[in-house]
Design a protein around this ligand. Sequence first.
Ligand code: G1P
Length: 295
Amino acid sequence: MTTRKPIRKAVFPVAGLGTRFLPATKAIPKEMLPVIDRPLIQYAVDEAREAGIEQLIFVTGRGKTAIVEHFDIAYELEATMNERGKDMGVLDPTRATPGDIITVRQQVPLGLGHAIWCARAIVGEEPFAIFLPDELMIARKDGGTGCMRQMVDAYQRLGGNLVSVLEVPHDEVSSYGVIDPGAGDGAITEIRGLVEKPRLDEAPSNKIISGRYILQPEVMRVLEAQEQGAGGEIQLTDAMARMIGTQPFHAVTFDGRRFDCGSKTGFVEATLALALEREDMGAEVRRIAQRLLAQ
Ligand code: G1P
């Protein structure tokens, strides 16, 4: 098997204003909203680490400092917890190796493509991953692996560029990036084309990009010259579309569950689904849900 350059870096575009969750997100970044007791960003970072990613690059903006604080040592908190003999294990996922968290600023909200381009100097000349934390990807209950782990495994075999996809009802495709699928083999589908937020009658399929990417560094050069696309924004999808034909492009269908935490109902669904399977509260939450449904 060919040895590929490992995927060591991941970009997390987290500069968005989170207007859909106002007023909750007026003073708190959307990515810090918790699903039970972990903020959304923590789920994405845990998934990245499981996939072997070492360096986390947050593309942030004003008012997003809490995200970086979350992965820093909270000295007073730890000292107090220590004194009181509290279990510090809960803080383990928030620990970062010094130097492994890097932030860059996206000063103006020009779109996802522009956000990724803001990280170009840190990404350098390596293939890298992208995580959109709104998309909550959860491994199968019976010991499955996370979405990025599955993508990295596919990358070892295929190289090139990969996006995660899933099928949605046809009338929902206009909210997403959609692939034009070519030949398929199990979870892998060749990508012949990509279109961002197509009209229903122009959508090439119902397979949508679900917020995880492994891309070659050349995408930064394409983004540099990228013009505005859907919604007047600089679209990552458009830049990827221009690379098809010059580099391999494949879609990976995630074997696991996805919750769209960019919407309020998706957030409620994620909270309920994960609470129901938690050992420490599942049975109680089930009783509560049954009682509420019976009313
Ligand atoms: C972005 C991407 C889109 C992708 C989606 C997944 O859209 O541009 O291709 O399908 O995330 O959530 P946004 O949600 O920022 O409009």
